[in-house]
Design a binder for this molecule. Structure first.
Ligand code: SF4
Length: 41
């Protein structure tokens, strides 16, 4: 099953939990907030 994740940029408080726990799917953008990405690309 394919699952998709995303970050609501208006709600992200830059706590880092997503990046720390799922680094293959989340990273911080240059502006500071988190974003979801496809690590296979
Ligand atoms: S850093 Fe990740 S877990 Fe924390 S608020 Fe932003 S999207 Fe949510």
């Amino acid at each position: 099953m394919i699952k998709s994740v995303w970050v609501n940029q208006d709600e992200c408080i830059i706590c880092g939990i997503c990046v720390a726990n799922v680094p293959d799917a989340f990273r911080f953008k240059d502006a500071g907030k988190a974003e979801a990405f496809d690590h296979a690309r």
